[in-house]
Design a protein around this ligand. Structure first.
Ligand code: BES
Ligand code: MN
Ligand code: ZN
Length: 497
């Protein structure tokens, strides 16, 4: 566990193994690298020669850049890590700082204590630096017997800040980053150790810790209440499916938010089996469920004044003699009949059940989060999530919350003309439609299960939930914790509004 604290002392005087400072590309196109606010004390300890040293080893100050120089005894610390913050005029962008703090702390791995002397000018930038640092100090080591390359994450972070009222900012940053790192852990856990029964048990213990009431529907209860989508998807697996309901109902809440998260603990495709390569990252197919779980707990820990009903359908999508077949018809929760033409379009089946059930709570807003379609990543790449909705205002609010939280999300339409592609020859609905616009078709399928008059939004995080590329900023390889920060931010803004 990494600890974080604030200090208003001079960065050059604090006990540390490394000091992280910010640099910019200067004010004009011909200027060299310039120091960002916060770096002056360190520069003074270098006798004013820090920019010269950095320039000599090629630092430019571009956002994303990380340059390490030894202190040669100029400071108590062994090294200064300079993170690029881009153009001098843009340094106030909290997300640039969040990424810079994350990249700096990642580069500091192998050292124990890091001091961050970054340009903090208020609560928003303080929050960003704390979040970025804590997110950058992440490592998933549950299955390692020796630390990889002997560079464990920084364990003690000190943020230099003279900000007053900083206690709440720090508490919020810790709660939110804890939720993100928990989501990453769950996503990174091998699927044999996080099957639906285990995932539900994790949800129960976390809910209890957060003081949130929780109920688990096992396969018998799912059958009794007619959750045909969840049971159908789970039918091929040795581990039975679950539906977890978390209910956070603080006194004085004027608004209730319904959340649903896709919890496919492994997606083999089922009988419509995926090719081997497409299966490699499919332990991450519960990332939406993990994000909803962790965010709901964070909302509880923070005591936000908003009611939350979170529904987490959990199943393992496996092929076997008991699995559903392409052309089988499922009776979903609420009675709609769905012809399953492709068992790999399983997320919408478990989410359909959960959305129908969540709608019965009559929430003021309903939001689902899912690694739903490969088409999402084809359309928006691996860092931007797609947001669809039956309500333009709500979709805009979700995207605005993402912007404030520093997550990349983009509006996507639900084109009416694609809806007929989901018509079935024999049932109410088929589970696949047009291949073109696959992300939107999946959204249209989900829309069928949302209760009349409920503003609903759907977040497809298939790309951003799992980083199979290189680490960057505060984002590690593997599970990223996508959507968690947006969910907490959205709950906060609804609670305040
Ligand atoms: N879990 C996958 C979507 C996915 C793909 C998430 C890649 C993350 C990375 C989902 O269940 C799926 O298999 N979707 C199919 C739908 C198709 C059969 C209509 C897809 O996207 O190919
Ligand atoms: Mn699938
Ligand atoms: Zn899936």
């Amino acid at each position: 566990m990494t600890s974080i604290s604030l200090s208003s002392a001079d960065a050059s005087g604090l006990k540390a193994d490394v000091v992280v400072v910010g640099i910019t590309t200067g004010t004009g196109s011909t200027d060299g690298v310039a120091l960002a606010d916060g770096a002056q004390a360190v520069d003074a300890a270098f006798g004013g020669r820090l920019t010269g040293a950095l320039g000599a080893v090629g630092a430019t100050g571009k956002a994303g850049e990380v340059t390490t120089v030894p202190t040669m005894g100029a400071l108590g610390a062994q090294a200064v890590i300079a993170v690029g913050l881009g153009r001098a005029g843009e340094v106030g962008d909290p997300e640039v700082l969040r990424q810079g703090a994350g990249a700096g702390i990642r580069a500091a791995a192998g050292h124990r204590r890091a001091v961050l002397a970054l340009p903090i000018d208020g609560p928003a930038t303080l929050r960003a630096v704390c979040e970025g640092a804590l997110l950058g100090a992440y490592a998933y080591d549950r299955y390692r017997t020796t630390s990889q390359d002997g560079r464990p994450p920084v364990s003690k972070i000190t943020v230099v800040s003279a900000e007053r009222r900083a206690k709440d900012v720090l508490r919020r940053a810790e709660a939110v980053t804890r939720a993100v790192t928990l989501t990453r852990d769950l996503v990174n856990t091998p699927p044999s150790d996080l099957h639906p029964v285990e995932f539900a048990a994790v949800a129960v213990s976390l809910a209890e810790e957060a003081g949130i009431s929780v109920e688990v529907l096992d396969e018998r209860k799912l059958k009794r209440h007619g959750y045909g989508g969840i049971l159908g998807v789970g039918a091929g697996a040795a581990h039975p499916p679950r539906l977890v309901h978390l209910r956070y109902a603080p006194s004085g809440a004027r608004c209730r938010l319904g959340l649903v998260g896709k919890g496919i603990t492994f997606d083999s495709g089922g009988l419509s089996l995926k090719p081997a390569q497409a299966m490699e990252d499919m332990k991450s197919d519960m990332a939406g469920g993990a994000a909803v779980l962790a965010a709901t707990a964070a909302i509880g820990f923070l005591g936000l004044r908003i009611g939350v009903d979170a529904w987490l359908p959990m199943a393992e999508n496996m092929p076997s003699g008991s699995a559903i077949r392409p052309s089988d018809v499922l009776t979903m929760y609420g009675g709609k009949r769905v012809e399953v033409l492709n068992t790999d379009a399983e997320g919408r089946l478990i989410l359909g059940d959960a959305l129908a059930r969540a709608s019965e709570d009559r929430p003021d807003y309903l939001l689902d989060v899912a690694t739903l379609t490969g088409a999402q990543a084809v359309a928006l790449g691996s860092r931007v999530a797609g947001v669809m909705a039956n309500d333009d205002t709500f979709r805009t609010e979700v995207i605005a919350a993402a912007g404030r939280a520093g997550e990349l999300m983009w509006p996507m339409p639900l084109p009416e003309e694609l809806r007929t592609s989901l018509d079935s020859e024999i049932a109410d609905l088929a589970n696949i439609g047009d291949r073109y616009g696959g992300m939107l078709v999946a959204g249209l399928f989900l829309r069928e299960f949302v209760g009349e008059g409920i503003p609903w939004a759907h977040l497809d995080i298939a790309g951003p939930a799992f980083n199979s590329g290189k680490p960057h900023g505060y984002t590690p390889k593997g599970g990223t914790g996508a959507a968690v920060r947006t969910l907490v931010e959205l709950a906060e803004s609804i609670a305040d509004g």
